[in-house]
Design a protein around this ligand. Structure first.
Ligand code: 5GP
Length: 204
């Protein structure tokens, strides 16, 4: 508890191609003792079945999104396919000040933009065990039209090339192993001296 109030939380960029299982890994991660919260992004894409406004995303329209861009509301935003996606800035800064590790589940373009404005961010790239596994996961999801499916595979290949820009790459073959690996990374990063300095300084 003392630790959480005297150390600042990490900003964790969490990316990976669509179908790499980022959501499942994050859900598993939330059960672990790493004090994380996932930032809720804003998007203009239509809500999918089962999604809840304010939980999965803040759903909005293009006009309102563009107004918020002008107001500098976002830490980063992208146009991905036909839709805008953006990370609200204020809330994540508040959480980090409280010692919470904030996870941004965002695509690679946004990941790059975050690193530009916030170089201390820890970036983790989740990959499927193979391209075949990725295809079958996307097909199994059943939310994509054939055209969207093809587009997503193409985007996935392009995104995989950008794994090199990330600090860490984690394979999501066995979910529990993958979540353990991500958990270990976050714990180790939180214990870097630069992140523990505030706490140490209170004792000297
Ligand atoms: P989906 O439409 O499948 O929910 O998300 C499409 C992609 O947009 C995913 O790779 C997801 O991680 C990414 N994404 C979600 N929110 C944001 C955001 O706020 N910023 C950026 N740059 N990407 C986001």
């Amino acid at each position: 508890m003392i630790l959480a109030s005297k150390t600042k939380g990490l900003l964790v960029v969490f990316s990976g191609p669509s179908g790499s299982g980022k959501d499942t890994v994050l859900a598993e991660l939330k059960k672990r003792p790493v004090n994380i919260k996932q930032s809720i992004s804003m998007t203009t894409r239509p809500m999918r079945d089962g999604e809840v406004d304010g939980v999965d995303y803040y759903f909005t329209d293009v006009q309102s999104f563009e107004k918020l861009i002008e107001e500098d509301y976002f830490l980063e935003y992208v146009k991905y396919g036909e839709n805008y996606y953006g990370t609200p800035k204020k809330k994540i800064m508040e959480l980090m000040d409280e010692g919470v590790n904030v996870v941004l589940k965002i695509e690679v373009e946004g990941g790059g933009n975050v690193r530009k404005v916030f170089p201390e961010a820890v970036s983790i790239f989740i990959v499927p065990p193979s391209i075949e596994a990725l295809k079958s996961r996307l097909m199994g999801r059943g939310t994509e039209s054939e055209e969207t499916f093809r587009q997503r595979i193409e985007i996935a290949r392009t995104e995989l090339k950008r794994a090199a820009e990330y600090d860490y790459v984690v394979i999501n073959d066995d979910l529990l192993v993958c979540a353990d690996d991500v958990c270990d990374i976050i714990k180790a990063e939180a214990h870097r001296y630069k992140n523990m300095k505030c706490l140490v300084d209170t004792m000297i």
